[in-house]
Design a protein around this ligand. Structure first.
Ligand SMILES: Cc1ncc(C[n+]2csc(CCOP(=O)(O)OP(=O)(O)O)c2C)c(N)n1
Ligand SMILES: [Mg+2]
Length: 649
């Protein structure tokens, strides 16, 4: 019954029936009733809630999740919000983000953490989600809104500010941030977070900080807050006049090149892109997030572009007069730090849902869904075809690169494997629909160059943030999103040591993943980078400190295979190609998480990209190695172009 008292503090409605719940219970109930609709399909948005409890959430969100689980068990239904316990808050965000990526951003997780370090552990995950434009709802716990017990355990307590808490650090890392000081604010905060999470142009980390006293506080909520709510995931249409201008530019192009980014995959524009490429003959290169936009073997596929690109894509990029960027944010790796697109007259057409990306490189800005825009552009370019001469050049370059890859990946039985061979073997022995996951080290670049993608969701390298430690946690998220695919997690020893702990979560949840642990006793990637920049691999290998005080002694006696086994995983050690093949077959046949441990030589590199990445070198030094690296750096800087010329000229 509606009360006769006027609507004041402590009330949201006089006209609707209400239900009395804590803020945490209301949050869980609300999240369980959020749906999305895309292309006529409708389903729940949240797969569940990952969490680690401590003070702040144990009796708030924790109590609410418990009640949800018990209510569901009694009613013989699924919980509204399934709870999964992780080992590290950063890792839980990685799992959530990887899941969302595998699901084309159509499903997501909430992540709850306790006050203080539990919450700040999620900061890296927040940045990773926002940089990669992937949805995750973060629910950090906050210190008391009432402050009656301040300073509480893990409270920041600044001398000059009463309302700042450690969770303010989420603000620049989140696409949406709110703190619920009072229960009345909860509906607006949750609705605001949902809007951002389900908007392809805005999505990223959405953070709703929940003070510990507020989480536990009871309130009379309007029942409508818990109604099933469906958020439409939009496909914004391009403006016809903009498409006409873009088509005119394409029709005038002699050497056009497409740069496909993650947006192609999220928009499920793969078939549209394949048809457009076949119809026009325009070659397609791919960024890291865009790998899989056009499958390997398509006649117009020239593979990775940029700092870790193929010689084919990079040669074409260097000459291209029109670049059609689709769903790409043009990271420095994609543009080879603005040296890849080096035709003095190059012009850009940028198709992107986010205006931030669509205006980059001075390009014509087509703010639209990738699939819609490709289809419109395809119709608008009419009978345009690239010349036979250009088509032949594309063919020759792609064939040459393919031969290079086959050559470096060939494994001769009996010899210890190098990293190219490990990648080649995983590629050949995995099923086309299996997923390869990676994030940091030397393998992302090598995978970008060498991996032959056979399924639009078969390649998952987190390279927006390239976060060491993402691999295992992320691989778990991928497998949870795609339980019918095997997930091969390529993880270096450095990344493994940073965050191996989620193997325990994989075992707990029965989520089977296949980590391929590449042991090279340190940082092949940064070692190589250091050497190329004149810093002599300083501090990049895992060695005892030697008598001269340097980290140059023998290899450390770490046994990461034994470590993985101690966390509950099955482990197979492989040295030769034959052993590695057997290991992959056994891992695929098993229903348990199986780590394949392989030692490789950090000094064997993937074939060169004929490309560059801008990492500044010391301008003065007494070391000859640094001086010569600086001279090389200055040479590359000469060809770096700002790429801000307006394309519409
Ligand atoms: C969290 C984090 N810290 C530091 C870095 C910088 N970094 C990039 S790769 C790398 C070394 C990775 O070592 P490993 O996993 O063994 O791969 P390898 O280089 O040997 O292939 C480092 C330190 C990073 N990307 N992420
Ligand atoms: Mg390593």
């Amino acid at each position: 019954m509606a009360s006769t008292a006027p609507k004041t503090t402590g009330k949201l409605t006089d006209t609707e029936p209400t239900v009395r719940l804590t803020v945490a219970q209301a949050t869980v109930r609300f999240l369980a009733h959020q749906y999305v609709e895309h292309d006529g399909q409708q389903h729940k948005f949240f797969a569940g809630c990952l969490g680690i409890f401590g003070h702040g959430n144990v009796a708030g969100i924790g109590q609410a999740l418990l009640q949800d689980e018990i209510d569901a068990a009694e009613a013989s239904t699924e919980p509204g919000l399934k709870y999964v316990l992780g080992r590290n808050e950063q890792a839980m965000v990685h799992t959530a983000v990887a899941y969302a990526r595998q699901q084309d951003r159509h499903r997501a997780w909430a992540v709850t953490a306790s006050v203080g370090p539990g919450s700040t552990n999620m900061l890296t995950g927040a940045a990773l989600a926002t940089v990669n434009r992937l949805p995750v709802l973060l629910l950090p716990s906050d210190t008391f809104a009432t402050r009656v017990s301040s300073p509480v355990l893990q409270e920041l307590e600044l001398p000059d500010s009463g309302d700042v808490t450690v969770n303010d650090a989420f603000k620049p890392l989140s696409r949406y941030f709110d703190r619920v000081w009072r229960p009345e604010q909860l509906p607006a905060a949750l609705l605001g977070a949902m809007r951002v999470l389900t908007d392809p142009a805005e999505t990223g980390a959405a953070t709703v900080a929940l003070p510990q006293d507020v989480q536990a506080e009871a309130f009379d909520w309007p029942e409508s807050l818990f109604a099933e709510r469906t958020w439409h995931i939009a496909r914004p249409l391009p403006e016809p006049s903009v498409i006409a201008r873009a088509a005119e530019m394409v029709r005038a192009a002699r050497k056009p090149l497409i740069v496909a980014g993650g947006g192609v995959i999220y928009s499920d524009a793969n078939n549209a892109l394949a048809e457009f490429a076949s119809q026009t003959g325009i070659p397609v290169s791919e960024s890291q997030a865009g790998k899989g936009s056009l499958l390997h073997g398509h006649p117009q596929s020239v593979g990775a572009v940029g700092s870790t690109g193929t010689t084919a894509a990079n040669a074409l990029a260097g000459d291209a007069d029109v670049i059609i960027g689709i769903g790409t944010r043009y990271s420095d790796f994609t543009s080879a730090s603005r040296t890849a697109f080096n035709n003095p007259d190059v012009r850009f057409i940028n198709i992107n849902v986010a205006s931030l990306d669509s205006v980059k490189q001075g390009g014509i800005s087509v703010v639209a869904d990738a699939r819609e825009a490709i289809e419109s552009l395809s119709a608008a370019v009419g009978d345009f075809r690239v010349s036979d001469e250009y088509r032949t050049r594309v063919d020759e370059l792609a064939t040459e690169w393919n031969a290079t890859v086959s050559d470096v990946c060939r494994a001769d039985d009996g010899q210890p494997l190098n990293q190219n061979q490990v990648i080649g073997l995983v590629n050949t022995l995995s099923d086309p629909r299996d997923v390869v996951v990676c994030a940091a080290g030397s393998m992302p670049g090598d995978l970008h160059k060498l991996w032959r993608t056979r399924d639009r969701k078969g390649y998952h390298v987190e390279y927006g943030f390239s976060c060491m430690g993402y691999e295992i946690a992320g691989g778990i998220g991928v497998r949870m999103a795609a339980p019918d695919r095997d997930v091969f997690i390529m993880v270096g020893d450095g990344s493994y040591l940073m965050m191996a702990t989620e193997l325990v979560t994989a075992v707990q949840e029965g989520v089977k993943v296949i980590p391929v642990l590449v042991q090279n006793h340190g940082f092949a990637s940064i070692g190589g980078l250091s050497e190329s920049l004149g810093s002599q691999r300083f501090g990049t290998s895992y060695r005892y400190r030697s008598e001269d005080g340097r980290l140059a002694g023998d290899k450390l006696p770490v046994d990461l295979a034994a470590n993985a086994a101690s966390l509950g995983a099955d482990v197979i050690r492989a040295t030769t190609a034959a052993e590695f093949c057997d290991a992959v077959k056994a891992a695929k046949a098993s229903d348990r998480t199986t780590v394949i441990h392989v030692e490789t030589d950090p000094l064997t590199y993937a074939p060169d990209s004929h490309s560059w990445w801008d990492v500044p070198v010391s301008q003065v030094s007494t070391l000859a190695s640094t001086q010569s690296a600086y001279a090389r750096y200055v040479d590359w800087k000469k060809v770096q172009r700002p790429l801000v010329n307006p394309s519409d000229r």
